[in-house]
Ligand binder design. Structure first.
Ligand SMILES: CC(C)(COP(=O)(O)OP(=O)(O)OC[C@H]1O[C@@H](n2cnc3c(N)ncnc32)[C@H](O)[C@@H]1OP(=O)(O)O)[C@@H](O)C(=O)NCCC(=O)NCCS
Length: 161
């Protein structure tokens, strides 16, 4: 299967935080952000594979800073590496105060997506061709994260979890 450059999968999603996206403090709901992160990652996986993709797992996601009503949220997603049928997607979130122009990084997450056919069966994903130094680093590190992920899953299954 022919590989594709990592940059081909890049997605930048921009959202404005509206009243319906916030909690009682006027901060963006964590669940709303997770929804946007999932959508951006799905778009990156689908752009790379050219297939419908489903979320297989989401690694830890942390929220370093609150995002306020009226702020702009920039969600950047890119496929770091494709394995057999699964792809790892890195998502970075930045908030922007549109009145002052200041920006701050607020969250990072790694998600695994799988390309599927019309019966829900996993399909092979094209390899990623990392080109820049940062893409090459992400590509190498993706194999380490996958090993940790699969080991943890296996250990928990063996305990009957
Ligand atoms: C994800 C899914 C397609 C995997 O199907 P499966 O029959 O278990 O297939 P496999 O065991 O062959 O796994 C396929 C790939 O997914 C990976 N995978 C499966 N579960 C995973 C998990 N929890 N975390 C990370 N990777 C996972 C496997 O390692 C494998 O990767 P590889 O082909 O690159 O080696 C299937 O479990 C599914 O449809 N899940 C529901 C998806 C969904 O509805 N998501 C939305 C959540 S509401």
């Amino acid at each position: 299967m022919t590989g594709k450059p990592a940059s081909h999968s890049e997605v930048i999603m921009t959202e404005l935080v509206l009243p319906n996206d916030t909690n009682q403090l006027g901060n963006l709901l964590g669940g709303r952000l997770m929804h946007w992160v999932d959508i951006a990652a799905a778009l990156a996986a689908q752009r790379h594979s050219g297939k419908v993709c489903v979320t297989a797992s989401v690694d830890e996601i942390s929220f370093h800073e609150p995002i306020k009503l009226g702020h702009v949220v920039h969600i950047h997603a890119v496929v770091t590496r494709a394995f057999r049928t699964s792809m790892e997607i890195q998502v970075e979130v930045e908030r922007e105060d549109p009145l002052h122009g200041s920006r701050a990084h607020t969250s990072s997450a790694f998600l695994t997506f799988v390309a599927i056919d019309q019966y829900g069966k996993p399909l092979p994903a094209p390899p990623i061709i990392p080109e820049t130094d940062i893409e090459k680093r992400r590509y190498e590190e993706a194999a380490i994260r996958r090993e940790v992920r699969l080991k943890a899953r296996k250990a928990l299954e063996e305990r009957g979890g």
